[in-house]
Write a protein that binds this ligand. Structure first.
Ligand code: HEM
Length: 455
């Protein structure tokens, strides 16, 4: 690859990949960036390039995996990947997640209005409780009881509030002009207090869990040990950081995606009915249990989740930083340039996704018969993406989401149980359903209507 190139990006500090080429070249540009990452792009999230001027901030950002760089990030990921990214690990949690989901279903029945069957506008908090409860089953090896018996737990409430504050303040400081990089502004001080709270609560939870496991070591065979037990075997520090990061990264992310899937299914009753047919095959009774075999037969469920993530992505794109001078799609990009690949607009562009504004889970199915049925007379291939690099909801390469396996399981089991129990409607507009706080979060009251499935 030649480093001489006549085109120089207009700004030397940041390279906005979506601006530097016409829309038709964007997928190619993203492909080049991802390809180049093997040799010339460091696996560094651009958020990590926040200048850590104050020592507290430096300590925080150096601790958490999301913000680590280079060798400290690489050695940590190599240690946790075999535990976190192993597809078989998740089957250990089917029963435990099922319990969480049954409590969630009961909670919906308890709080929905007796006549309209709508849940209150505060349903977003219930979703956050469900996601924190679900991720705790993996991160802490136990349920916290946030959906039912332990609802008033003050530590958990502090964690919800701090996570929301963290997103709001980070967006405020990062996206608006401010002096915080040089002096501690009031918002900066609030952010530090919020980080303190997150740290205090998550460390508290994780220490309790690790003390419990160390004092009662299990004699289970290795493949039956929980994620936390396996992480603890690497060492206590790795287990602490990974569990804290699961709690920090595992609430708003899953809540946003879950909300997006429910909105799509509510607004597309034909697709919801089709999904229910699939779910009825694996859960003949409302309280049937999931098995490894049944979870291999949920291709439409996974297609619905992928399609919802296309229409309502968690983030507007992905970020990388060049490790050395490089050339991308004909542009010379200097070393250490943050690259932003904003793909949100492409997701609904008909050029990249035929009938891009429609919710068509069929475009993700392999079976051409089913896809054909959904596309009517159209060839199923005509619904496919122009390039796999337009849409990378969990990122790509060695820096991809480390919670992907866990969240896939949470969403599959949670949505299957919900669709098995309820017909879901949303009788309000969905325009501006999400707002961006660096990641997208719900922006409207989530007054879903849940009516019981009779069978
Ligand atoms: C549907 C929900 C989620 C989505 C869409 C999502 C998406 C992402 C994306 C796009 C990245 C950056 C990847 C890259 O730069 O290539 C990421 C990183 C990360 N995610 Fe997720 N995520 C989700 C849920 C979770 C959950 C539940 C956890 C924890 C259990 C988690 C933990 C993390 C961590 C720790 C990182 C940083 C990884 C690193 O820097 O090595 N995520 N996620």
């Amino acid at each position: 690859m030649s480093l001489w190139c006549p085109k120089i990006p207009p700004t030397s500090s940041e390279f906005f990949a979506w601006k530097e080429c016409g829309p038709s070249d964007q997928a190619q540009m993203y492909y080049d960036i991802i390809e180049a990452s093997c040799e010339s792009i460091s696996f560094r999230a651009s958020k990590a390039s926040l200048p850590p001027k104050l020592s507290y901030q430096r300590n925080f950002y150096e601790l958490h995996i999301y913000f680590r760089q280079g060798e400290t990030w690489g050695s940590f990921r190599s240690a946790v990947n075999p535990v976190m990214m192993q597809p078989k690990t998740v089957r250990l949690y089917y029963q435990k997640m099922s319990q969480v989901n049954k409590e969630f279903i009961k909670r919906i029945r308890d709080i929905r209005d007796g006549e309209s069957y709508e849940v209150p506008a505060s349903f977003e908090e219930e979703i956050n409780r469900w996601t924190l409860e679900s991720v705790s089953v993996v991160a802490l090896d136990k349920q916290l009881g946030l959906i039912s018996e332990n609802r008033d737990n003050s530590k958990a409430k502090k964690l919800f509030n701090s996570l929301t504050q963290f997103l709001r303040l980070t967006a405020e400081l990062e996206m608006k002009p401010s002096l915080w990089r040089w002096v501690a502004t009031p918002n900066y001080k609030k952010l530090i207090r919020t980080l303190d709270d997150i740290q205090e609560v998550t460390i508290g939870y994780v220490n309790e869990a690790l003390d419990r496991l160390e004092s009662q070591p299990s004699d289970k065979p290795e493949h039956e040990k929980s994620v936390l037990e396996k992480l603890l075997k690497i060492d206590r520090r790795v287990a602490t950081v990974m569990a804290m990061d699961m709690l920090m990264a595992g609430v708003d992310t899953t809540s946003t995606t879950f909300t997006g899937v429910l909105l799509c299914l509510a607004k597309n009753p034909d697709k919801q009915a089709k999904l229910r047919e699939e779910v009825l095959r694996i859960l003949p009774q409302k309280d049937s249990e999931f098995t490894e075999a049944s979870m291999k037969q949920v291709s439409y469920l996974w297609a619905c989740i992928k399609e919802a993530l296309r229409l309502y992505p968690l983030a507007s794109g992905n970020a990388r930083v060049t490790k050395s001078d490089t050339v991308l799609s004909g542009y010379r990009v200097p070393k250490e340039t943050p690259i932003l690949m904003l793909s949100h607009g492409l997701h609904t562009d008909d050029k990249h996704y035929p009938r891009g504004s429609e919710f068509l889970p069929e475009r993700w199915l392999r079976q051409s018969k089913e896809a054909n049925a959904a596309g009517g007379a159209e060839c199923p291939h005509s619904l496919k993406a122009s390039s796999p690099f337009v849409y990378l909801p969990f990122g790509f390469g060695s820096r991809m989401c480390v919670g992907k396996r866990i969240v896939e399981m949470e969403l599959e089991l949670g949505i299957a149980r919900l669709i098995r129990n309820f017909h879901v409607e949303f009788n309000y507009p969905t325009k501006n359903a999400f707002k961006s706080l660096l990641i997208n979060v719900p922006n409207i009251p989530l007054k879903f209507k849940f009516t019981d499935v009779e069978q």
